[in-house]
Design a protein around this ligand. Sequence first.
Ligand code: GTB
Length: 217
Amino acid sequence: MTPTITAFEQSPDRGQGLARDMRVRWALEEVGQPYDVRLLSFEAMKEPAHLARHPFGQIPTYEEGDLILFESGAILLHIAQRHPGLLPDDADARARAIGWMFAALNTMEPPIFERTMAIVVESDRAWHAERLPMLEDRIHVRLNQLSVRLGDADWLDGAFSAGDLLMVTVLRRLGSSTLLDAYPNLSAYVARGEARPAYRRAFDAQRAVFMATSASR
Ligand code: GTB
């Protein structure tokens, strides 16, 4: 059964693959699972039909027969558990890879997302210039620790996994800043993720949405 995911009809990132449908698209491409996409306006995301899928009125969601999922991490875990390719077979290695999925979402993403939100919604506040360095210091603490752990390995724990997929999508959010510059191994790690053919297919698919909607305006 072909799953359907939801994505922004007009992503604010203008086709840079920063919205969270990108990680779902990438996972589906990695495992070779074709998918359909339901594009939603910001208004449609808050209407009852979508709220029935997602209590918070957000994207992405994932529908497969009677199963409806929200939360990108839960969707990734579902895909990774149902298809070979994103989690190791060995039980201990699998548990560690799932641990990295949580680390990406619970430890790395919050300070990085906080900085994005500060820039998007708080930059006109008097205290913004003082707050931003504090937020960036918090990110550096985590980047430094992650960089030490990754060392000169290609991926966080052996073969590429759903943990790497999520971590790369989280770190990509720093792409427009210089924060990653102090960590050449993390920059190379992100570039390795972006070079994967499945990533390219996912990126091109979501970018095609931006190109189509901007051409029709
Ligand atoms: N924890 C949830 C998950 O992981 O699925 C968070 C989902 C979420 O934040 N969805 C956002 C959303 O639907 C889109 S991804 N927002 C609309 C709303 O809440 O009303 C966040 C996002 C949006 C835009 C950019 N961008 O333009 O760069 C990047 C990321």
